[in-house]
Design a protein around this ligand. Structure first.
Ligand code: XIL
Length: 480
């Protein structure tokens, strides 16, 4: 939703007629003039970074303190900004006094918290994150502690209590690591289905999107995943976007250029998918980011410490307008595996071309004797230092039981240990073709002696099934 101020000279909030563009706000520094100016001029949507969380609001079992949250709302209302409350049910920043409560007591505490908190802000918030981070990494089920105490019915109740207390607020589920098709997003998908079946009024889902340039969802992968959650009747919001750069070696200019591409791709995915309604950054200036404390010193946001715009700002303007980064020439000669030119059996598998491809022929690895044996292509000498690569391929396992397929990048460089970077991994059921796609940024000190992309899968009942790949594209992304 466009939010343009007089004399607007290209602010994030003014670009898109449709998208809300937001930032998480650190209420502790709202009185700093530079901070407040950028926030008020660039963003039409605000998520309180901390002051609407359970712990900060309810220090003891029977005392609520809304002062800081109310101060923040005074600011947003003065500046005509919409607000998303965050987050009612979360295991982090849970009040100390809830430690050690048994499950029924915890459920009662959540009920009291929601029934006290949501009415206080009723009518003033556009939305609430009701349940945050309920699924364990790897899709291994509901997180122990708070979420498990509630279970499906208790989490569904949380949504119902919130709806009753503020019927005008949209209600969301929010999580990290679910931005692309993977085991965790599959588990969240099933959780949402269960919650909806239990009558939970869920309007939307937030993909947190705490990314690193090292690897992150491609435009295509992110769009596909937004679309599948939209099929559940949900809207999608990119809820906590930030982009770490320190994991990939390179000059500062290279790192910031790669970061800009990441911001642009993510914003464009949201702009191009009808069901995606908002892009919220987790902060906006590198002066205040949770990343430094959580992951180590970095520069994850579009403004630097002195409030100068970084390349990511201009990139976001383009992405929010629905213009992704530009893709260069195809790096793989025979991505469609029509002749098998340039393909090999990584690790020792036998490679061949078969007729039953997804489109035309496909590459097939047979005689696999290790999990990591699979179809591979060489990128050696094709990826300059600092560049961002977008890769996609379809793969399938020739076994009806299916299994988990992973796409790996191997980098060998003199004087450093070989690196095996998992770019994508997902369960391929019933020998179906599955999309594997990711973006990655490559940094190195000396020219890599080997750069290979390959696909692998584990044994099924002691047998390593044949593994097929088709329709691969590998392209370098750039700003111009
Ligand atoms: C973080 C805040 O940024 C920090 O200031 C705080 O100490 C911890 O929480 N996922 C979420 C956010 O949903 O609420 C988290 O925010 C970051 C991860």
């Amino acid at each position: 939703m466009q939010r343009c101020l007089d004399g607007d000279d290209g602010t994030l909030g003014c670009v898109s007629a449709r998208l809300l563009v937001g930032a998480a706000v650190n209420a502790e520094v709202l009185d700093q003039q530079d901070y407040a100016e950028v926030l008020a001029s660039e963003f039409g949507y605000v998520t309180p970074e901390n002051v609407m969380k359970w712990g900060p609001l309810q220090a003891t079992a029977d005392s609520w303190d809304f002062t800081k949250a109310d101060e923040l709302l005074a600011f947003t209302e003065q500046h005509g900004q919409l607000v998303k409350g965050h987050a009612l049910v979360w295991h982090v920043q849970q009040p100390d006094w809830t430690t050690g409560l048994d499950a029924p007591a915890l459920v009662s505490a959540v009920e009291a918290h929601i029934k006290q908190t949501v009415p206080h802000f009723a009518g003033r918030l556009r939305a609430w994150d009701v349940v945050n981070e309920a699924i364990l990494d790897g899709g291994l089920g509901i997180r122990p502690g708070l979420h498990t105490a509630l279970g499906i019915s208790g989490m569904a109740d949380a949504f119902k209590w919130a709806r009753e207390a503020d019927p005008s607020a949209k209600l969301y589920y929010n999580d990290y690591g679910i931005e692309l098709f993977n085991d965790k997003s599959d588990a969240v998908y099933r959780l949402i289905q269960d919650l909806l079946a239990a009558g939970a009024p869920i309007d939307g889902i937030g993909f947190q999107a705490h990314f690193s340039t090292r690897h992150y969802p491609s435009l295509e992968g992110l769009r596909a995943n937004i679309a599948r959650f939209a099929d559940l009747g949900l809207t999608v919001n990119i809820s906590e976007l930030d982009v770490r750069t320190a994991e990939v070696p390179g000059t500062k200019a290279e790192r910031l250029a790669a970061q800009a591409i990441t911001y642009r791709e993510v914003a464009a995915a949201c702009a191009l998918e009808e069901a995606c309604e908002a892009v919220t950054l987790w902060g906006f200036t590198d002066a205040y980011s949770w990343v430094d404390g959580e992951f180590g010193a970095d520069d994850p946001l579009p403004w630097d410490e002195t409030y100068q715009k970084k390349p990511a700002h201009a990139a976001l303007l383009l992405g929010l307008a629905g213009e992704p980064s530009l893709a260069g020439a195809e790096l793989v000669a025979d991505g469609g595996c029509e002749t098998g030119t340039g393909w090999s059996g990584f690790g020792g598998a036998t490679i061949g071309v078969v007729a039953n491809g997804r489109t035309g022929n496909a590459c097939r690895a047979t005689a696999r004797t290790e999990e990591y044996h699979g179809p591979g292509v060489s990128l050696t000498g094709k990826v300059p230092q600092g560049s961002t690569v977008s890769v996609r391929a379809y793969a399938r396992i020739a076994n009806a039981e299916g299994g988990r397929i992973r796409m790996i990048l191997k980098k060998a460089e003199a004087g450093v240990a070989d690196e095996y970077r998992e770019l994508a991994g997902r369960v391929a059921p019933n020998a179906d073709w599955v999309l594997l796609t990711a973006n990655f940024t490559l940094g190195f000190a000396t020219t890599p002696s080997e750069l290979t992309l390959y696909v692998e899968s584990p044994a099924i009942d002691g047998q390593l099934p044949n593994l097929l790949v088709d329709d691969m594209t590998v392209k370098i992304l750039s700003a111009d």
